[in-house]
Design a protein. Structure first.
Ligand SMILES: Cc1cc2nc3c(=O)[nH]c(=O)nc-3n(C[C@H](O)[C@H](O)[C@H](O)COP(=O)(O)OP(=O)(O)OC[C@H]3O[C@@H](n4cnc5c(N)ncnc54)[C@H](O)[C@@H]3O)c2cc1C
Length: 281
């Protein structure tokens, strides 16, 4: 069983992984994308690394975490399930068991479409690789939350007829010409007798399955038990949430939204996690 499973491979997640390894914990970092740092053209106030670009800083953090022995895995974490004194974590099509979970998902806010959460697993999927084969030869709608969706949509286009609708405007270079790319905005999802319906601001699209491909998952879906205040996860001085064994750090827990603060909180959380794991061994 993994000592700490870290959701998010940004500043907070990598910083936590580095300290967790120094405390001899096994650490798995699962990240869906580059987070805020990837968008930062230049960071001038990260101690010791002046005038560094966000992507370069991110690469340094990730390779530091890897060199310390942390495992880094690219996937979207869909669900964290408390199982008494451990957690089951669903990421992509894998289930991981962990003693503790550290949430470092950044500021990515997700507002599920009306109907989306109710129909998850019943016509709505968050994972093309996991569920794509169910829609071989079928009509598929993709609700794309960011450019990460392009690759998965192309995978689906090898299986069925894909309609691509952007939830947030993003680069779509590399989108397969076989995909029908609409300008519509997604509004809701519903199920009717003949199948699934993606409601947009222009029309109602009758399809067989709907893939909602975002670089993040709503906290209400990920771990609804965690308490929040004004959209931020509530933590104590050890960065632990109201759910014993679940910690949070970085932009997810609130202002100031700064890289050095995220790194410090990741370190604090990892030290507290080491104490927690030892106490509950
Ligand atoms: C344009 C821009 C410029 C900035 N400039 C500066 C600056 O100059 N100085 C400064 O100090 N700060 C700056 N910041 C802020 C800084 O980038 C953030 O404070 C910092 O990156 C927060 O780190 P984090 O680890 O909390 O979140 P992030 O770095 O955003 O990382 C979040 C991680 O969580 C992952 N994730 C989210 N949900 C899931 C999920 N369900 N499953 C798997 N992975 C998930 C993401 O893919 C990502 O890997 C800037 C931010 C932006 C956007």
């Amino acid at each position: 069983m993994i000592d700490v499973l870290i959701v998010g491979g940004g500043v907070a997640g990598c910083s936590a992984a580095i300290t967790a390894r120094m405390r001899n914990l096994s650490a798995l970092v699962i990240y869906a994308g580059g987070g805020a740092l990837e968008k930062a053209h230049r960071v001038d106030n990260y101690p010791g690394l002046p005038e560094i670009s966000g992507p370069d800083l991110l690469e340094k953090l990730r390779s530091h975490a890897r060199n310390m022995g942390a495992q880094l895995q690219h996937a979207l974490v869909q669900k964290v399930m408390p199982m008494g004194d451990s957690f089951s974590v669903l990421a992509g099509n894998e289930v991981y068991e962990a003693r503790t979970v550290l949430l470092c998902g950044g500021t990515a806010r997700v507002n599920p479409l009306p109907g989306e959460e109710d129909l998850l697993g019943a016509g709505v999927s968050y994972c093309a690789t996991c569920d794509g084969m169910f829609y071989k030869g079928k009509r598929i709608a993709v609700v794309a939350g960011g450019e990460e969706a392009v690759e998965e949509a192309n995978f689906l286009a090898d299986l069925g007829d894909v309609i691509y609708v952007e939830e947030r405007k993003h680069a779509t270079d590399g989108l397969s010409p076989a995909i029908q790319h609409l300008k519509d905005k997604p509004v809701a999802i519903k199920r009717e007798e003949q199948g699934m319906v993606l409601v947009t601001d222009q029309q109602e699209l009758a399809v067989d399955g709907i893939f909602v491909l975002r670089p993040a998952v709503a906290l209400t879906q990920l771990l609804p038990e965690v308490a929040t205040d004004k959209g931020h996860v509530v933590v104590d001085r050890d960065m632990m949430t109201n759910v014993p064994g679940v910690f949070a750090a970085g932009d997810m827990v609130g202002n100031p939204l700064q890289a050095a603060k995220a790194a410090g909180e990741g370190t604090t959380a990892a030290i507290a996690i080491a104490q927690y794991v030892r106490k509950h061994a």
